[in-house]
Design a protein around this ligand. Structure first.
Ligand code: FES
Length: 184
């Protein structure tokens, strides 16, 4: 029995006509699987490789190159919360914001809360510089997140339903992804 559902396999296969080779769909496939499973388990690596006519080692190389992807030992929480630590945000309290979030969530950057709701990470500029300090909530930029707004932000993230990446609804071509420093 496959780890990847028939629906998820089909979503991956639906990407193939958009690319010149099956291999070129590697990143979209990894994104689709991680969006749905909150990580890319080893068995999923094998199954994706099978769909794309790749060796599992090739798929694993691509996955491990990007700190964005998580293995089954380090799954994401329901929401992935990125705190920008680039210049504009740093000058307006980004480090303090990250420290406050670490304390309130009892996690270090890269960690997931005990209840599995929030994975906290830091990122380089997320494109919301005019609203520094800013965070990224999954794929949604949120400006002006000062430390005094942390409690309400955490409450919001803990109570809202899971938000899957838009690729699961209408898969667009996806050439790259947010670059991340793998903190693990
Ligand atoms: S520096 Fe923080 S969003 Fe650009």
């Amino acid at each position: 029995m496959s780890l990847l559902s028939a629906e998820l396999q089909q979503k991956i296969l639906d990407y193939l006509p958009r690319y010149p080779s099956k291999q070129a769909a590697t990143l979209p496939a990894l994104h689709l699987v991680q969006d749905e499973m909150r990580c890319v388990p080893l068995e999923a690596v094998r199954e994706i490789a099978g769909l794309l006519d790749l060796c599992p080692a090739e798929l694993n190389d691509a996955m491990s190159f990007y700190g964005f992807f998580r293995d089954e030992k380090h799954p994401l929480g329901k929401t992935r919360l990125w705190v920008c630590r680039s210049l504009a945000c740093a000058l307006r309290g980004g480090e303090e914001l990250l420290t406050t979030l670490c304390q309130k969530l009892s996690v270090r950057p890269g960690g997931t809360t005990a209840d599995g709701t929030i994975t906290l990470e830091f990122a380089e500029c997320i494109g919301v510089c005019e609203g520094a300090p800013a965070v990224l909530i999954n794929d949604e930029g949120r400006p002006d997140v000062t430390p005094d707004k942390v409690d309400s932000l955490i409450e919001e993230l803990r109570t809202r339903p899971p938000v899957l990446h838009p690729t699961l609804a209408t898969p667009p071509p996806r050439a790259g992804s947010l670059s991340a420093v793998n903190p693990l």
